[in-house]
Structures are given as C-alpha cells and as structure tokens.
Write a protein that binds this ligand. Structure first.
Ligand SMILES: Nc1ncnc2c1ncn2[C@@H]1O[C@H](COP(=O)(O)OP(=O)(O)O)[C@@H](O)[C@H]1O
Ligand SMILES: [Mg+2]
Length: 369
C-alpha cells in the first residue's frame, strides 16, 4: 500500500477522496466522499452511524491508508474505564523498578524515625515513579501525543458508558489531557478522528454537535457489485449479479440480522471457493449460514429462496427439475408457483411445504455422502 502513487496527506477535492478510497478497494458515493473531504479540511471528527457490516470501521482504516497516517484504534465496550481509553500507570514496571532499586530505597530510608517520617521521605522521591517513563498511553492520549500524524478511530462508541463518552468529548475539544502527577500533556499533532456507532443507543447531543454526521446504509446494487468485484478478484460474472440480488432480497425480509456487506463478501468468497458459477436452490440452502446468523432467520429465509432466486433471474422451476432427478422427494408442487416468484411472501402454507421439502432434500444430500 505504501507504493500507491497518491498518498498525499490532504485531499484535492471530493472526487480525489472517492478515487483514492477506490484505489484502496473502498467504494463510496459522493455523499460520503463529501463528508470525508470536509472532515479532513475542517479538522472535525466524523460520527459514522449505521448497521453492522456496512463499512464504518473500514472507512477509518482506509482513511489512514490513503493519507499515510497511522491508525490508532480505541475499541469501545461496556464497562470500559478511563484507564483503557486515556492512560494508566505501568504498575508492573513500577514494581520491578522498586525491587531492582531496593538497596537504594533502603539506604534512602536509613535513619528515618517511624512510619510517617519514612512515608514523607518516600513521597519526596515519588515523582521518579510517576514520570512519563511509567505512563502507559492508551489510544486517546496516544493519538494526540503521537509525533506522526494519526487517524484516531473510536469504534462502536455506543457500547461505552456515557461517562467515557463525556471524557472523549473533552479530549477531542481540547486536544490535551491533564495527568495530575505530570501536569497537562498537550497534543503534538491533530488526529483525523472517526467515531463509529451501530446506533444501539443515541450518542450525546454534545458529541453530535462536535462532529460531522455520516449515515452509512446498504449500498446500491451497482455499488455492492463493485465492492464484491474489487474484493474478490476472479469472481464469476453471473454469480456476482446473483449474489447481490439475493442478498438485497434478504434485506427486504423482516430478519433479526439482515445480511450486510461483510456477509455478502463472505458468501461470495465461499461460493467462489466452491467453484459455483451460478446459484441454485441447493447451493443457497447449503451455504446459507454464511449469510444468516440466527436460526429463526434461516427458517424465515428458507421458504423464500425460490422467490429470491427468481428475483436474480434464475428459473427455479427448471432448476428444481434438475435437482429432483432421482432424490425421491418430488418438488412438483413448487412448479405451479414459480412463475409468480417475484410476488412477495403471501402464501404461508406454501412456505411450510417448501421447508419440508428442503429438509427432505438435505436428508437426501446427507444420505449420498
Ligand atoms: N464501501 C465499501 N467498499 C469496500 N468494502 C467494504 C465497503 N463497506 C464495507 N466493506 C467491507 O465489508 C466488511 C465489513 O466492513 P466493516 O467496516 O467492518 O463494517 P462495520 O464497521 O460497519 O460493521 C469489510 O470487509 C469491508 O472491507
Ligand atoms: Mg466495525
């Protein structure tokens, strides 16, 4: 990546952003490019919200790559405290030093009269152990103190507690951190800041106000095809279109977790590995767990597979005939419906029939091995 021709720290304009991200296999519409451009120009943090797997984290990583900045990442989680975000004292190192310096410390203590006296004498020397040498920088401090330019990624901020969010806000507002034992540490460079949220809770108004806001959603079919093509070189042309159509169809179903770009990529990679040139019902059923992660969702999707394939231009009636051949579980009653495949989920009994069929089909597949 360092050999990429354009690795300038600044962007010329929006199309420069879009182009350079694309050179790093990240595809974005102009709307997204505009926010990234403005954030870089204005030095403002970007708050990226959207469902899982739509490219929020990757946006920050790619921003670091295209600007030649080092990525510093703070992964947020529940119950995280300041010491993991800002700094903490390197207790292990302090302990080691006190042991190695035992003799010196003993001689320092010589002639003290009682505990209070000893403690007071030790206190006179404690700044040795609370110097920068024993300070462990955590991502927030590391990013602003880094001598080289950085991209600071605060990932999944909605998982952290509100008090930590307030602390981050403070750091981002002032670009400095006060360590009581050391004083105020000011920033050496301004990081480009990307904050992501899966929107499991609302982030504070104050944070929203400070940031440029970017809402990522599922891409258009065209853009998703471009992403798959870039990220899976050698993917079969027919398969590419089919995967995107089927995945888009699944997103329209009312699932607990709709397949995102990451699942589409995983699925397409798996299909490519399995040398699938074109989708059929059996292949979708056999590989569905790459796309759909909850049993309830799998059940919901099973019955829709013929319709989804139809959407992708695959004639299920014809395809079923091929698969029915010799497996002893006739799928004949699928056929009268397959001509109306593009028409949504309205015959519930029909789905049940198909589910039974698909089980029968799975059974026969297993029996073959
Ligand atoms: N616009 C995009 N262009 C290229 N790849 C993308 C894009 N959006 C997502 N991806 C890919 O999808 C996967 C998931 O993206 P990620 O950034 O981890 O999602 P999020 O952080 O939103 O949950 C990654 O492998 C990423 O490379
Ligand atoms: Mg992420």
């Amino acid at each position: 990546m360092t050999t990429e021709p354009q690795m300038s720290a600044t962007f010329e304009d929006v199309s420069d952003v879009v182009q350079r991200f694309r050179d790093h296999d990240y595809v974005m519409p102009d709307k997204v490019g505009t926010v990234v451009y403005l954030a870089a120009e204005l030095g403002k943090p970007v708050l990226v919200e959207g469902p899982a797997g739509v490219g929020k984290t990757e946006l920050a990583k790619t921003l670091a790559a295209v600007t030649g900045r080092r990525l510093v990442r703070l992964q947020c989680y529940e119950g995280q405290d300041d010491t993991k975000a800002l700094y903490e004292w390197d207790y292990g190192k302090q302990l080691l030093y006190t042991q190695l310096l035992r003799e010196q410390i003993d001689s320092l203590m010589e002639g003290t009269t009682g505990l209070a006296d000893a403690a007071s004498r030790l206190r006179d020397h404690e700044d040795v152990f609370f110097s920068e040498h024993f300070l462990l920088e955590r991502p927030l401090l590391e990013a602003i103190r880094s001598p080289e330019p950085t991209v600071l990624l605060i990932d999944e901020i909605d998982r952290s507690d509100e008090h930590l969010e307030a602390l981050m806000l403070e750091v981002l507002a002032e670009y400095q951190v006060t360590v009581p034992e050391l004083g105020t540490l000011v920033s050496r460079s301004s990081p480009l800041v990307v904050i992501t949220s899966n929107a499991t809770r609302d982030v504070s108004e104050a944070l929203k106000r400070r940031c440029l806001h970017l809402s990522l959603t599922y891409p258009t079919a065209e853009r998703e095809m471009e992403i798959l093509q870039l990220r899976i070189p050698g993917i079969a042309e027919d398969l590419l279109g089919q995967v995107v159509e089927v995945v888009r169809g699944m997103r329209d179903l009312d699932l607990r977790k709709a397949p995102s770009i990451s699942e589409a990529l995983d699925w397409a990679r798996a299909l490519t590995l399995l040398n699938v040139a074109s989708l059929d019902r059996a292949t979708v059923e056999e590989t569905i767990t790459l796309l759909i992660k909850y049993d309830r969702d799998v059940e919901r999707v099973q019955g829709e597979i013929p319709r989804l394939l139809g959407r992708a231009g695959i004639d299920v009636a014809l395809e079923q005939q091929v698969h029915n051949h010799g497996d002893g579980h006739g799928h004949d009653h699928d056929q009268p419906h397959s001509h109306s495949r593009a028409q949504g989920a309205h015959h519930h009994h029909e789905h049940d029939d198909m589910r039974t069929d698909s089980k029968g089909y799975f059974g026969s597949v297993r029996g073959d091995h």
